[in-house]
Design a protein around this ligand. Structure first.
Ligand code: PGA
Length: 237
């Protein structure tokens, strides 16, 4: 079984969400986590689908206009949260120190962080992929023990693959995922779950499912279409 995490980003408006919701019972599966926009969490309160956040604030709450705190997510029963997504880093200047603070806050509240890491096309072409991943993971795990790191799900998302339709070959994914798992085992003595993310869809899921070392997928665009994500989930059971 592979875990499927749907990252709906900022794609949905109310009409699209209602259409998506019409097939929600099909999504009540133990291998799926849906991360909708915060404004739509309440739409799923009667559904049995597991929910996750897409981000939390580095603030603890209180006077922080426009932010969503970790405590707020916890208070409505959210049990997973994406953290350090490349779009947060690129568009909103999230630093690796911020990501580290967020991961710790989530763990404190017993929310499972889904920590994103990945290289840009330029970094890949310069042969720097592994160095970048090590830097990002070391920064995100700073000052944490192996019991904490065991609870984190890591998502390897090459930035050049997100939303582009380009994906690495299975051999390349195996190489990178194995490298990350070995690094985390060696340095932190932790066995992490590792997802692949970047342009996963119904057309490539059968090929990707041939990779044993990957524990699941973080899926953006294809997670906004109820029929497509349902079929993907079923193929991952
Ligand atoms: P994508 O996004 O599936 O649309 O490429 C993945 C992600 O950004 O998590």
């Amino acid at each position: 079984m592979k875990l499927v995490v749907g990252n709906q980003k900022c794609y949905m408006d109310n009409a699209k969400l209602q259409e998506f919701k019409s097939g929600i019972s099909e999504l009540e599966s133990n291998n799926f986590i849906l991360c909708p926009s915060n404004v739509f969490f309440h739409e799923f309160k009667d559904a049995k689908v597991t929910l996750g956040g897409q981000n939390i604030s580095i603030c603890d709450g209180g006077a922080a206009t426009g932010e969503i705190s970790c405590e707020q997510l916890k208070s409505i029963g959210i049990s997973y949260c994406i953290v350090g997504h490349s779009e947060r880093r690129e568009m909103f200047n999230e630093s690796i120190e911020d990501t580290n603070i967020k991961v710790k806050k989530l763990l404190e509240k017993e929310i499972t962080p889904i920590l994103c890491t990945g290289e840009t096309l330029e970094e890949k072409n310069l042969g720097k992929t592994k160095d970048i991943l090590l830097d990002e993971l070391t920064g995100a795990f700073d000052d944490m023990d192996s019991d904490s790191i065991d609870k984190i799900i890591v998502a390897y998302e090459p930035i050049w693959s997100i939303g582009t339709g380009l994906i690495p070959s299975n051999d390349d994914i195996v190489e990178i995922v194995t490298y990350i798992k070995d690094f985390v085992k060696e340095k932190y003595n932790s066995d992490i779950k590792l997802l692949y993310g970047g342009s996963v869809n119904l057309k490539n899921i059968d090929e990707l499912n041939k990779i044993d070392v990957v524990d699941g997928y973080l899926i953006g665009g294809a997670s906004t279409k109820i029929n497509e994500i349902t079929e993907i989930i079923n193929k991952c059971k």
